[in-house]
Design a protein around this ligand. Sequence first.
Ligand code: SAM
Length: 281
Amino acid sequence: MKNNHGTLFVVATPIGNLGDMTTRAIETLENVQRIYAEDTRNSLKLMRYFGINNDLLALHDHNEVQKIEEIQKFLEAGNDAALISDAGTPLISDPGYKLVRELGKADIKIVPIPGASAVITALSIAGIPTDRFTFEGFLPAKSTARKQVLAGNALEPRTQVYYESNHRVQACVEDIVEVLGANRQITLARELTKKFEQVYRGPVGYLGEWLDEDTKRLKGEFVLVLQGADKQDDHSASELDHRKMLKVLIDELPVKQAAKIASQLSSMTKNEAYQLALSLK
Ligand code: SAM
């Protein structure tokens, strides 16, 4: 059904290297009547660099819900708008999902202007299977919660992609080793597309040491691409994974609760998990 509403363009911007801005992104940001940006000060630099003169308004995690009505009215009046985030593709660990959902319901046209995203950029050079993968976004900041998520993914056969901040990358790597063992293959990609872009590929057991070798390696932005659980040695691998998962859980929870969660996350029955948990206690 046709209407006279304007369009929301969801526009990807570079994740570091401004040379990755697409022609379509520049044209779109020039042509819309208004741009919504996660951080207007940050996006102003991008606008200036590309000589784009346009109104920038803030749309971030804290005001997204309140802004939806205003944006919907603006578009329903026949104006076009663009949504950008600080870097990469909006909605990918960035605000915008609720806005897109509601505008979709209101029958407003939403057009993607694709470009860089750290998840795909990292996968493209990881050297870890990319036929199937899960994007996990940021792991929890606290170690206990982080280990629970990792334990929940211990048997996941697909490649897993995590975003991580420089404050936590070392602690996160330690938790991966503790929960999944030292042998899992991992690719750490830091500062993608930027001057100090760097990549580690190998077992996660050596990654902590690699990071410690040079303090500069702990700076910047990181993506972790983790190989999925090995399917070849299903039985012994799952036995090992069950033990690892339960070890993490019983460190934090009473045995009964740990067994219940472990059975929900694995092929073990509650009783099998309980017996295994008791033997590990
Ligand atoms: N929307 C962005 C995208 O499409 O990738 C992601 C935004 S999220 C708030 C920021 C996180 O993405 C960083 O903490 C880091 O994990 C990852 N990231 C963004 N740019 C990166 C880069 N140049 N190199 C490595 N990781 C990056």
